[in-house]
Design a protein around this ligand. Structure first.
Ligand code: DSN
Length: 442
């Protein structure tokens, strides 16, 4: 094992050796990733190929513009990388139009809003404290400051989407854009119902699939492209690519963006609407190394083996959720259809904040998270969010989920007992050592 670690560290750190401070930081982070259980629902471990592309010489290249229409010379090869990324992404989701340049999911959402809305227009998205995202209309985010943002809540009893509530709010508030999608919601979405609601009031419909994209990609969850005017995603969560964002429009929508008299080239119209808003509208030079890395990740998603991965992510989440429920943990909505679960810790008499700290001491990384109708602040919270994408990449399966549930239970029960937490940490490390990061380097 020491030998394996040495090989891995040499690969990761060879050229950082002359910068001692940064060398040390990177080494510490490699150790942290290797020795801890990563259960943050939005994180994952990319392949060595994705990592290599992200660290490639394409970082040296300026390429403002789009393939074939750049503001700089020497773009013939980065053009190829961007075209490959676009083709693969279209193939994964059945999209007609894609943009792979957004630096993040937030940039993708900002580009869409700025392309489709005017300042002051109304947007309707899932409230952040019910599992939405900052960019879906939070008052502390541009989306809640530039636009008139209304949040829809979950149903108080089921803690699930309630299409009657959403419809009533839509009819009352008349948003120009309805946003589907979440960061802390474990259930399936009925995009056809969102479409019906949007059509009833003549609204546009955006879906942000940043979290479940990898499961949608392989048909495990509903694909929103046929119902939504536009879809955004990050690339680094269940899609297991480099950090970044994308925009997609499906090919089945008859009148995407509500433009009914479109003549000729739909693709040209969508490109004009979105491409020019991403660059020059809100971004300058694209990160070509990241775009090439996205291409590599999309190539991996297209492989059959990614379906096995996605199935295992969901199976692991369902197993972990049922094991935790067996230990009297309250899982919001009683389970999960995707890669994550939200745990209400109220009956355990511990806040999300304290649970996050205790679990970290035990070598388990999660994030505190508000639960729907939470009475505690976002800095304290009554819950934690747990996800399985990263541990599944490390090849952990249902039997490891049983062990992880035991670790979590023990850590929460003993959250003030540092010696118990320390002993769990050592058990966690042993488990992690059986599932090495980057076993190819061994
Ligand atoms: N920060 C991301 C998450 O953890 O879900 C959302 O952007």
């Amino acid at each position: 094992m020491e030998n394996y670690k040495q090989i891995k560290e040499d690969f990761m750190l060879e050229f950082l050796k002359n910068d001692k401070k940064i060398y040390d930081v990177t080494k510490l982070e490699i150790g942290r990733q290797q020795d801890n259980l990563e259960l943050i629902a939005s994180e994952n471990f990319v392949s060595l190929a994705v990592l290599q592309a992200a660290g490639s010489v394409l970082t040296n290249k300026y390429a403002e513009g789009y393939p074939g229409k750049r503001y700089y010379g020497g773009c013939e090869f980065v053009d190829m990388a961007e075209e490959i990324a676009k083709d693969r992404l279209k193939q994964i989701f059945g999209a007609e139009y894609v943009n792979v340049q957004p630096h993040s999911g937030s940039q993708a959402n900002m580009g869409v809003y700025m392309a489709l809305l005017n300042p002051g227009d109304t947007i309707l998205g899932l409230s952040l404290d019910h599992g939405g995202h900052l960019t879906h209309g939070s008052p502390v985010n541009f989306s809640g400051q530039i636009y008139r943002a209304i949040g829809y809540p979950l149903n108080k009893e089921t803690k699930q989407l309630d299409y009657n509530i959403i419809e009533d709010l839509a009819v009352k508030e008349k948003p120009k854009l309805i946003v589907a999608g979440a960061t802390a919601y474990s259930r399936e979405w009925d995009y056809s119902k969102f479409r019906e609601i949007a059509d009833k009031i003549g609204a546009l419909l955006l879906c942000d699939i940043s979290h479940p994209a990898g499961l949608i990609a392989k048909g495990l969850l509903n694909n929103p492209l046929e119902h939504c005017d536009v879809v955004t995603s990050t690339t680094h969560k269940t899609l297991r690519g480099p950090r970044g964002g994308v925009i997609l429009v499906g090919k089945d929508r008859e009148n995407p963006l509500g433009i009914k008299t479109m003549k000729g080239d739909r693709l040209k119209m969508m490109s004009e609407v979105f491409d020019s808003m991403i660059m020059p509208g809100i971004q300058g030079g694209p990160l070509m190394h990241i775009i090439m890395s996205k291409a590599v990740a999309f190539g991996e998603v297209l492989q059959n083996s990614f379906k096995d991965y996605a199935l295992q992510v969901r199976a692991n989440a369902q197993k972990l959720s049922s094991e935790l429920m067996n230990k009297d943990f309250q899982i919001i909505s009683g389970g999960t259809d995707n890669h994550l679960m939200l745990v209400d810790l109220t009956n355990k008499n511990i806040s999300g904040k304290k649970a996050e700290v205790a679990l970290e001491k035990a070598g388990i990384t999660v994030n505190k998270n508000m639960i729907p109708f939470d009475t505690k602040s976002p800095f304290v919270t009554s819950g934690i969010r747990i996800g399985t994408p990263a541990v599944t990449t490390r090849k952990m399966k249902e039997s490891e989920m049983i062990v992880i549930a035991e670790f979590i239970d023990k850590a929460i029960l003993n959250y003030e007992n540092d010696s118990v937490l320390e002993s769990i940490k050592s058990d966690v490390k042993q488990l992690c050592n059986r599932f090495p990061l980057y076993p190819e380097l061994n």
